[in-house]
Design a protein around this ligand. Structure first.
Ligand code: SAM
Length: 412
């Protein structure tokens, strides 16, 4: 349910919240940086033996049932304390949805229902009465537009729309769809990271970006400031898709922080799988249990007690029997010959490790949303420093998309 009682974050609250999150994630970084999938034993387990033993004793189903509900988990200290702190620090209001004119039903055709609902929610959040943002917008720019569904929704029926995208197939199908519903729309082949994205940012009234990844959204935030764009609405995604080794903070509070986030850390906010189907989950579980079993095996075969990264594998690999899968993966990794094993037992150990890993990962899970909000607030604070009025809130429920934070900025 959207949280309409909690205020949206704006003004001084942006900085206050950022600093509180910064202190929280820094204080516990030795805990959330450790990776149960890679490390058979975590350092914090010796300091918190009761919590570690409790988590290790739980089943895979227990972990699955808890991972979206960490606050109510009756785990030993300090788990509940951290979970409550995180919950409080991440409480962000929801944009008050505006009633928009219904779009013709035919505009939905070919768009997954979930995507359409995200678009409706994004558009109505932009027009919510808590915003002083939108004087009627005449020229919309959709950044990393895909087929331009969001931009077309916003510009319908008679505003201008330019969609920037670098996948030619998405551009031509987007243009074909626009031909039917919004013929004035322009779908342009453009690498938004290049100088070619500057003129559209200068000439639009508002730029929107739904789920633009890593560098694509931080670049947008910087460019909106440089190119004098007046309005931005951004729902960021895939924070780890960056070229640099580490996240480069934008705001002065971010630059002053001691928190250094590498690409691995930046993938932590993305780990929730609320939108995966049952089949996707089953495949993911099998893949992880087998890889954990392989990890036990490779440590034996190499005589080195260290994790060995394995490549992503086509799903057809998982149609093989477990023993053959292990042998083929060992050959792919050029390991010494694998001696005959009790394969049934090894596979069972993999599943047991998976249950432990998933339960230990619940601790990391506490820090997912705080890290995500830290990142979004860094970008919000940067835009405030650059003379924008900025609001951060949720534009839809986490069930619709876990990447449900929206940053709205308007040049003052
Ligand atoms: C996660 S999708 C989001 C698409 C769309 N906004 C939506 O919500 O459906 C990200 C899009 O960014 C595009 N993209 C990636 N890198 C790009 C670049 N350098 N320039 C322009 N578009 C890019 C991808 O092709 C993809 O369509």
């Amino acid at each position: 349910m959207p949280d309409l009682k909690t205020p949206l974050l704006k003004g001084d609250a942006l900085r206050e919240r950022f600093l509180a999150l910064d202190a929280f994630v820094l204080a516990q970084q030795s805990v959330w940086r450790e990776k149960p999938f890679i490390q058979q034993q975590l350092h914090w387990e010796t300091q918190l033996p009761e919590l570690a033993a409790w988590l290790r004793g739980r089943s895979l189903a227990d972990a699955e049932a808890s991972h979206t509900n960490l606050c109510s988990l009756a785990a030993p200290h300090p788990f509940p304390h951290w979970a409550q702190q995180a919950e409080q620090l991440c409480r962000v209001g929801a944009f008050n949805a505006a009633e928009l004119n219904a779009r013709p039903l035919r505009m939905q055709s070919g768009i997954a229902q979930r995507k359409w609902q995200q678009i409706e929610a994004f558009a109505s959040a932009m027009h919510s009465d808590t915003q002083h943002v939108l004087q009627p917008t005449q020229r919309w720019l959709d950044w990393c537009a895909g087929k331009g569904h969001l931009g077309r929704y916003l510009a319908w029926p008679d505003a201008q729309l330019e969609c920037l995208e670098f996948n030619p197939e998405l551009i031509s199908s987007g243009q074909a769809i626009s031909q039917r519903h919004l013929p004035q729309a322009q779908h342009r082949l453009c690498d938004v990271m290049s100088a070619a994205s500057a003129p559209p940012l200068q000439s639009c009234d508002a730029v929107v970006a739904l789920h633009a990844c890593g560098d694509l959204h931080t670049h947008l935030v910087r460019q909106v400031s440089l190119q004098q764009t007046s309005t931005l609405a951004l729902a960021p995604c895939c924070y780890n898709r960056i070229q640099a080794e580490h996240y480069q903070p934008l705001s002065s509070a971010g630059k002053n922080s001691k928190l250094q986030l590498d690409r691995d850390d930046l993938s932590l906010p993305l780990a929730a799988t609320v939108t995966a189907t049952t089949r996707e989950r089953r495949l993911r579980d099998q893949s992880m249990a087998w890889r954990l079993a392989f990890d036990i095996l490779q440590r034996q075969v190499r005589g080195v007690d260290e994790y060995l990264p394995t490549p992503s594998l086509a799903s057809t690999w998982f149609n093989k029997p477990f023993a053959l899968w292990c042998q083929d993966l060992a050959a792919l990794k050029k390991l010494p010959a694998v001696p005959e094993q009790d394969w049934v037992q090894l596979e069972a150990q993999g599943w047991q490790r998976l249950a432990q890993v998933r339960n230990l990962e619940l601790v990391r899970g506490i820090f997912r949303r705080p890290l995500e909000l830290w990142l979004v607030l860094d970008q919000a604070l940067f835009l405030s420093e650059q003379g924008f009025s900025v609001t951060v809130g949720e534009f839809c429920s986490a069930e619709l998309t876990p990447r449900n934070l929206l940053l709205l900025a308007q040049r003052l």
